[in-house]
Design a protein around this ligand. Structure first.
Ligand SMILES: Nc1ncnc2c1ncn2[C@@H]1O[C@H](COP(=O)(O)OP(=O)(O)O)[C@@H](O)[C@H]1O
Ligand SMILES: [Mg+2]
Length: 286
């Protein structure tokens, strides 16, 4: 059991770059290294992380049976503290699903749909952005070694809660011109938070994903990112691998594949390497 809990969020103001994939694979890699890991899905009601671990049907069934309280959207509500303190550990435990790949998960919920607007109704900005932090501080810290939060691919009140609570961003980037702009925009966003609220959010890892080094352009971008983000760049890039996509469709990470392809093995090694480095970086900045 953890003395202190490290936190990080996968975030980039863009869809499809590998936020969910990275949260899932870094989580399993950390668990393989012996850590207790919790993943939290704030990325939207479609439940991508639960699908990634093959448990979405169960979640869906609970929702259909009206057996879906509490859920991830409830922990943001003003009443949460009152109710949870009455119910004790049971309230938190009923949020969490155990998966077959060794990580625990708080899945997404349809309530996430209106969460951004609900948070927008809170007048005080600090209160509006710190609800998730309050929940993690109070109910999750000490239960896990690492908490990874998967955020929406856009800047809103929900993603601000994730950044605020974790103070550490993992930004998966594809090798293209838009991603370098997005990464620069992310840095500006983090600076804005620091200026306005005196909350330092670190760019813990810029993680090149879907890299195809057979093309010169990809290699050029890879070098470019390495030079631009000397401290934050991940030690290993993630190759483009059809196995990653196929495994996800089957509700697995590539760590669960019995006959991984060469690219899937490379992806595994890269995620393991990056997980070790992430551990070190999160430990350092806490
Ligand atoms: N390294 C990779 N190789 C091949 N496909 C990938 C890789 N990383 C992610 N994908 C696929 O790309 C799509 C988008 O990834 P996802 O993690 O869902 O992005 P995001 O969460 O940022 O929107 C998914 O279908 C996923 O399986
Ligand atoms: Mg996603």
């Amino acid at each position: 059991m953890a003395d202190s809990t490290n936190r990080a969020a996968t975030f980039l103001d863009k869809g499809g770059t590998g936020k969910t994939t990275s949260a899932a694979h870094l989580g399993v890699a950390l668990a393989d290294e012996g850590e207790d890991v919790l993943l939290v899905d704030l990325a939207g009601k479609q439940g991508d992380l639960a699908k990634h671990f093959g448990v979405w049907d169960d979640v869906q069934q609970q929702i259909d049976n009206d057996d879906d309280w509490p859920n991830i959207s409830t922990v943001f509500a003003e009443e949460w503290n009152q109710i949870a303190s009455k119910l004790g550990d049971a309230a938190v435990e009923s949020l969490i699903i155990e998966t077959e790949e060794g990580i625990d998960l708080i899945p997404a919920h349809p309530g996430l749909d209106s969460l951004d607007a609900d948070l927008g109704n809170i007048d005080d900005a600090r209160e509006r952005y710190s609800r998730l932090e309050q929940f993690l501080d109070e109910y999750i810290d000490g239960r896990y070694d690492t908490v990874l939060i998967d955020l929406p691919g856009l800047t809103n009140n929900v993603s601000y809660n994730g950044l605020w609570a974790t103070r550490n961003v993992i930004a998966p980037v594809e090798m293209g011109p838009f991603e370098s702009e997005q990464a620069a925009a992310l840095e500006r966003d983090l600076e804005k938070i620091a200026d306005r609220f005196n909350v330092d959010v670190e760019l813990a890892m810029v993680l090149p994903n879907k890299v195809d080094t057979r093309t010169n352009l990809a290699s050029e971008y890879l070098n470019g990112f390495g030079e631009e983000y000397t401290d934050a760049i991940a030690p290993a890039h993630i190759p483009v691998s059809q196995d990653i996509r196929n495994a996800a469709d089957e509700g697995q990470t590539v760590f669960a594949l019995e006959e991984p392809s060469t690219t899937a093995e490379r992806a595994r090694d890269a995620f393991l390497h990056n997980a070790t480095e992430l551990q070190r970086r999160l430990g350092d900045v806490q």
